[in-house]
Design a protein. Structure first.
Length: 346
């Protein structure tokens, strides 16, 4: 049995982890922590769990959590995973951080973008970036996983085959992404009220969204050369989902057929990445509630640019689903364990 604790279990990502892990016969949920709802039954806070989960939320007791758990999921805002990961490391336990504390390898870059001091540089060096399609072998041996950002996952999966082959001009990349409101978290915020977002559509974080350096870090690794992107996220009035439309200038001599074939070959054995037939374009509803990423790709000969459309469920492949996929790899399980689902439609 795998003993699991979830720190921050009553946020959108945390409760999604509870849903994914709560019925698994190989998992014991030891501690579900919540500063706001300590002492309350999680199934009363979230009635969709009734009949399946019976667990009381509790205050974080770091000593007890790190003693009892084999792996700890940290679903908290940036800055809060650092002491948890340090204590878990001392106890020889595994950690998956669903925040940003271990995603950026340069502590100075992290501090610049997140305005928080990074106090665990040694753990930062040791942490493995948790995108299985990029480096699952490193994930298998990791003790600290930096679960990728949601926008980042959609964009990296959309670009990885081309970047590894060198088929696009690195600094020509433009990423136009749209997210549902759950991506902003569950905390109260006037900008995310129903009356603010309903029947509206807006850009935010223009030219300075915190996922930008994370995307550039991984694309640089994939391409083997410094890469800078233009990234603009948007908020759309739906609860779940991310759609990223990605544009990049193609290096000479590649046809639409060759580019599509490259994607099909690159992801042929990936259980959670689906390349749609040429001429088909993905929609967020197709991946809702799943750990899947669906990709559509074509080449515009008139402009010389590739166009990639990538969709994920931001709470699944963009957060909790990918975290469970990483956990499966870390414990030598089939990475699809507990994650094989068909999307909800309509």
């Amino acid at each position: 049995m795998i003993h699991v604790s979830i720190i921050g279990a009553t946020g959108y990502t945390g409760v999604e982890l509870v849903r994914l892990l709560g019925l698994r016969e190989d998992v014991v949920l030891d501690h579900l922590t919540s500063r706001t709802y300590a002492g309350q039954k999680i199934q009363h806070l979230f009635p969709h769990l009734l009949g399946n989960i019976d667990h009381t939320c509790e205050e974080l007791d770091l000593e007890q959590v790190t003693t009892d758990s084999d792996i700890i999921f940290v679903a908290l805002p940036h800055g809060h995973a650092l002491p948890i990961a340090k204590k878990a490391k001392e106890k020889g336990k595994k950690v998956i951080d669903l925040g940003a504390d271990f995603r950026l390898k340069d502590a100075a870059v992290y501090e610049e973008w997140y305005k928080v001091a990074h106090t665990e540089p040694e753990l930062l060096e040791e942490a493995v970036y948790g995108l299985p399609e990029w480096d699952r072998d490193a994930i298998k041996d990791a003790t600290v996983i930096a679960n990728p950002g949601c926008f980042v996952t959609s964009i990296l999966l959309g670009l990885m085959p081309l970047m590894k082959k060198g088929w696009v001009v690195p600094n020509s990349i433009v990423c136009d992404s749209k997210s549902g409101t759950s991506g902003a978290g569950r905390a109260g915020n006037v900008a995310n009220l129903f009356t603010e977002v309903e029947s509206s559509f807006k850009a935010y974080g223009v030219a300075h969204h915190r996922h930008t350096p994370e995307i550039e870090q991984l694309l640089t690794q994939m391409a083997g050369t410094d890469t800078m992107i233009q990234f603009t996220p948007h908020l759309v009035p739906m609860s779940r989902g991310i759609l990223s439309t990605i544009y990049a200038t193609v290096t000479g001599g590649h046809t639409a057929e060759e580019i599509h074939a490259l994607f099909e070959e690159a992801y042929a054995d990936e259980p959670f990445v689906q390349v749609l037939p040429a001429g088909m374009w993905p929609m967020t509803k197709s991946v809702k509630g799943t750990n899947n990423c669906q990709l559509g790709v074509t080449y515009d000969e008139r402009t010389g640019r590739v166009i990639i459309v990538s969709v994920i469920d931001n709470l699944m492949k963009g957060a909790a689903g990918q975290a469970v996929q990483n956990m499966n790899l870390m414990f030598g399980l089939a990475e699809t364990t507990g994650l094989q689902m068909i999307g909800l439609f309509p």
